[in-house]
Structures are given as structure tokens and as C-alpha cells.
Design a protein around this ligand. Structure first.
Ligand code: NAD
Length: 315
């Protein structure tokens, strides 16, 4: 089925308004979801409405919850999401961090206990749009763990996304590296299962410890666990997201001492950096252009079907 982005926005916006969100929140969350669809991440698009409906029924999302300020001191901003829609909490917090970084050169900002922050690249894009560089570590609370540590076959982490963003140059769009630290995001197993598709490679370990490409294994009564990307390296980055986001935000990690209610609550620890505080902007842009050109000049086995892309380019 194909729908126009206008219709998707209308449906998302109408759902949010009908379930209590004010106009500003409905606009920000609906735009975020539709943009996720357009960026190829249906796992974070308007398909989330079903999950959010369940959260609303159980009081696990608080429409219009204010962005709480825990600390506002120089280059450090700490926020509490108060279980508000993460797309709006993340939007407001990132705007505040960008404004602060313009004054202080760098702003470290954290968000604790926000409902699902959605596609983390959205916040990297906001920073890049403002001419800033940003780095984001995110972990997941409340939901049961989904990702096995390297060499393990039981889940111990969320899909803990990581993002690095750099501004556009005259030649290229922004550099947006934004991914789950599992080989695939959990939402992609839902999308693949509903489309009756299997993954091209094993991305899941089943409860018996067998590797599999069947997305349905994640939706059984006794589900398997997602594999972290790049063996010990991805598993290590996933672990770093857990500690950086779970602790420095004052949210918490996914360790079993904390209660879980099966909703997705995110914590984020992020840095917005004003590159002008560190280097000449013409130098930055010319180095980026030269480096990206150099990367793209690598010999390609199949330039038509598999061209070299910069993270953030349309795949
Ligand atoms: P993915 O595997 O599609 O990887 C996306 C990244 O890889 C992008 O930076 C993209 O530009 C780059 N990329 C893709 N193909 C490329 C190519 N051929 N050459 C160069 N670069 C390429 O993403 P994912 O891991 O499935 O994550 C999807 C989304 O889910 C992300 O936006 C992430 O933030 C989000 N997510 C959110 C949560 C949460 O709890 N809020 C959890 C997990 C994931």
C-alpha cells in the first residue's frame, strides 16, 4: 500500500489531537513520524500509532507533559521527559542545547525518562541544520531487553541507538550517521514479519542459541534476541550507550533491579558542538568535501546498484 505524505501527516496529526495532544505537540510528533517514513524507517513512522495507543490507554505516555529542567548550569543542561512524547521532548531539548552551544561552544544535554524518542537522527539533523556537530547516546528503560551481548544468547540491552551529525557543505548534505546498535532495529522485525519477509543474513539468536534470519522469532511467546552489529565492537558500543545514557541522564540502565512495564522509555546523553569554537568553518567544509569526494572515489564493484554513500544520503 502506498499513501501520500500529506495523508500520513493528516492521520498522525488527527490521532494526536484526538488523544489529547495540543496543536504544537501534534504537529511536531506527526512531522517526526512522517519524516521517519520518508527517510525509509517505517519502523519509526506512523505505524507506531498502534503502540502509542496502547501506551496512552495505560498512562505510559503523558500528552503535553512539560520538558522538566533538572540542571541548567553553563554547558550542561539536564532535562526530564516526564513520559511526554519523546519526539516533542527531544525537539524542545535539542533546541535548547543548540542555543546554549552557540554561547558556550559546547553543550552537553541529557534527557531522562522520555517516552520513545523516535528516530534519533532527527535531533542530529536539527543540530546540523543549525550549523552544529552533535553526538547522541541513547538507551531504553521499561521495555524488556532485546539485544544479546556478544557471545550471549539472552537479551541484556535495548537496541540502544547512536548518532553522529555534521552540517551540510556547499557540495553535500549533512552527514547523519544514525543507527540502532543491533543489526536491525526491533521495529524492522515487525515491518519484515508483517510483509512475510526474511532478512538476508542472520540478525537474531533464538532461545536455543541458533542464529536465524526469521523476524517472527522476535514475536513468539518465548522470543529470541537481536544480535548486536559487528560482534564485540557493536556490542561494546551498545553497552556504552547503556552506561552513558542510562547513568549520566539520571534515568537508569536496563538492569533488572528496576521495574519494567513494557513501554519504551528512552534516556539520551548528547553533545552539541559549535564547530566555530574549534576550527575555521571554511576549513571544515573544504576538508569535509575533499574527504567525502575521496571516499566516494574508491573503486566500486557495482556502482549502479551499490554506490558508495555518505551516511545521511538517500539510499
Ligand atoms: P539502518 O541500519 O538503516 O542504518 C541507518 C544509517 O546507516 C544511516 O546513518 C544511513 O545514512 C546509513 N546508511 C544506510 N545505508 C548506507 C549505505 N549504503 N552507505 C552508507 N551509509 C548508509 O538504521 P537502523 O539501525 O535500522 O535504525 C533505524 C532508526 O531507528 C534510526 O533512526 C534509529 O535512531 C532508530 N532507533 C531508535 C530507537 C529508540 O529507542 N528510540 C532504538 C533503535 C533504533
Amino acid at each position: 500500500m502506498r499513501y501520500s505524505k500529506e495523508l500520513l501527516y493528516k492521520v498522525g496529526h488527527a490521532f494526536l489531537r484526538a488523544t489529547g495532544s495540543n496543536e504544537a505537540e501534534a504537529r511536531i510528533v506527526a512531522e517526526h513520524m512522517v519524516e521517519a517514513n520518508l527517510k525509509g524507517h517505517d519502523s519509526h513512522g506512523v505505524g507506531m500509532i498502534g503502540m502509542y495507543t496502547n501506551y496512552l490507554k495505560k498512562g505510559q505516555i503523558k500528552p503535553n507533559a512539560p520538558l522538566g529542567v533538572i540542571k541548567d548550569k553553563g554547558a550542561v543542561l539536564q532535562f526530564n521527559g516526564n513520559l511526554g512524547y519523546g519526539q516533542r521532548i527531544g525537539y524542545e531539548a535539542t533546541h535548547r542545547a543548540i542555543d546554549r552551544a552557540k554561547e558556550t561552544g559546547i553543550c552537553m544535554y541529557t534527557i531522562a525518562q522520555s517516552c520513545h524518542l523516535g528516530r534519533i537522527g532527527t535531533y542530529g539533523e536539527m543540530a546540523a541544520e543549525a550549523g552544529m556537530v552533535s553526538v547522541h547516546f541513547v538507551n531504553v528503560n521499561e521495555f524488556h531487553p532485546l539485544v544479546a551481548p556478544y557471545c550471549g544468547s539472552e537479551a541484556r540491552f535495548g537496541t540502544n541507538p547512536f548518532c553522529v551529525a555534521m552540517p551540510a557543505t556547499d557540495e553535500y548534505g549533512p552527514f547523519i550517521l544514525d543507527f540502532a546498535t543491533s543489526i536491525v532495529a526491533m521495529g524492522k522485525t515487525r515491518v519484515a514479519m508483517l510483509a512475510h519477509k526474511k532478512f538476508d543474513e542472520p540478525v537474531i539468536v533464538d532461545p536455543e542459541g541458533n542464529l536465524t534470519n526469521d523476524p517472527g522469532v522476535m514475536w513468539n511467546d518465548h522470543p529470541g534476541a537481536l544480535l548486536a552489529f559487528a560482534k564485540h565492537k557493536g556490542s561494546g558500543l551498545c553497552f556504552a550507550c547503556e552506561l552513558m545514557a542510562g547513568i549520566l541522564s539520571r534515568g537508569h540502565t536496563i538492569q533488572p533491579g528496576h521495574p519494567r512495564n513494557d513501554s519504551i522509555v528512552n534516556n539520551m546523553t548528547a553533545f552539541v558542538i559549535d564547530p566555530a569554537a574549534l576550527c575555521d568553518l571554511d576549513f571544515m567544509k573544504s576538508e569535509m568535501d575533499a574527504m567525502i569526494d575521496y571516499v566516494k572515489s574508491s573503486h566500486m564493484a557495482d556502482p549502479v546498484n551499490h554506490p558508495i554513500l555518505m551516511p545521511g544520503e538517500i539510499e
